[in-house]
Design a protein around this ligand. Structure first.
Ligand code: ACO
Length: 332
């Protein structure tokens, strides 16, 4: 049987930075309020002509370069995004594949909001274990600034832009393999996080006059409570299912939405500060890109070593959730 190994990570954050003080000039808020309630100090914002796929390509190039796998060996590309280059079609994955010079590879997007990266990791694992594919590029890329209402202080303080990518490849060495990925969803909470935006559930005609229909709308406080509950259960379950103690995890990499959410989950698991990866302060919430961007920070700091066990934990609109136990298994 083939196993799926996590070979490499890459990420990209656009140059422009939007600070809390910048936001305080746009809406009734302050650096003090945002820092205290979220832990966010700044977020990166894409340039005017920079698309989600451009950022995905930049992250993917790094992941490929670091993987030890030739670009021509990639046989599938999956992109997780809720801010695609084009709504409906073509998928952002096909655009990224084209820009990378990968004609003919299977390419598609998935929509699972902030859990997107864990979802595409589970899909890549399944395709490799089934023997259908050998080298899969997974990309989480978001230009959330394009769907953020900068007159709504409840949401605009949270979100940023960026991308992360990873190369997952087949191995027959079980020691290198991704141990487990859990995913789930519950549509009864669909209204907590929503972008009406003229889909068939809310056609354009019905939304006429609602200027904010194309932006993310969120019931922040309710989302917060469900997030803490769900993220904690996610990791407790996956650790128990695999008989692994939290202390054996080198890097706990949760979705970066809010420092207080991450702290609550880390404390519930008795995680030490040095186990918990925190990048929300500098990137804000980048949805499907947040976990791979955080992982890339650990990699670039030199702290991600071959064989280290990463525990991923995500939660997002849908509602969706997911967790994963992933040893870092570089080829070089
Ligand atoms: N600046 C100042 N005051 C504010 C701001 C702001 N930016 N935003 C809200 N407030 C005010 C509110 O109006 C309210 O005032 P009131 O008491 O006079 O009515 C007060 O602050 C408290 O508001 P809450 O919404 O209860 O604030 P809370 O402590 O919950 O923080 C926040 C809000 C940061 C949005 C938090 O709820 C949160 O992080 N929620 C979770 C977000 C999340 O995890 N999303 C998940 C995934 S996102 C995805 O999938 C795309």
């Amino acid at each position: 049987m083939a196993y799926a190994a996590f070979r490499s990570i890459g990420a990209y954050a656009p140059k422009k930075i939007l600070t809390n003080d910048d936001l305080a000039k746009m809406v009734d808020t302050s650096d003090e309020w945002i820092t205290k309630r979220t832990g966010i100090k700044e977020r990166h914002i894409a340039a005017e002509n920079e698309t989600t796929s451009d950022m995905g390509v930049a992250a993917a190039k790094l992941a490929i370069e670091r993987s030890g796998i030739n670009v021509t060996e990639i046989d599938m590309l999956i992109c997780a995004t809720i801010s695609p280059d084009y709504f409906c079609m073509p998928s952002t994955a096909t655009i990224i594949a084209n820009k990378l010079g990968l004609p003919g590879v299977t390419a598609f997007d998935i929509s699972a909001a902030c859990t997107g990266f864990v979802y595409i990791l589970s899909i890549a694992k399944a395709f490799i274990e089934s023997g259908m594919k050998k080298n899969i590029l997974i990309v989480g890329a978001e230009r959330l600034s394009a769907i953020t209402d900068y007159s709504d202080r409840g949401t605009c303080i949270l979100f940023g832009d960026g991308a992360g990518a990873a190369l997952i490849s087949a191995t027959d060495n079980k020691e290198e393999a991704i141990i487990d990925v859990h995913t789930g969803a519950d549509g009864t909470y669909a209204d907590l996080l929503m972008t009406p935006n003229g889909g068939t559930g809310s056609p354009h005609d019905a939304l006429e006059g609602e200027a904010n229909a194309c932006f993310m709308q969120m019931k922040g406080n309710e989302t917060f409570k469900v997030a803490v509950r769900t993220l904690t259960k996610d990791v407790v379950d996956i650790l128990a299912d695999n008989d692994i103690a939290a202390e054996h995890v080198q890097h706990f990499i949760p979705h970066q939405a809010n420092y207080r959410i991450i702290k609550a989950v880390g404390d519930a698991l008795n995680m030490k500060d040095e186990q918990v990866v925190l990048t929300v302060g500098k990137y804000g919430n980048t949805s499907g890109a947040s976990i791979p961007m955080a992982m890339n920070d650990v990699y670039e700091s030199g702290k991600l070593q071959a064989g280290d066990l990463m525990l991923l934990d995500a939660f997002g609109g849908g509602l969706t959730w997911g967790s994963a136990l992933v040893p870092f298994s570089p080829l070089k």
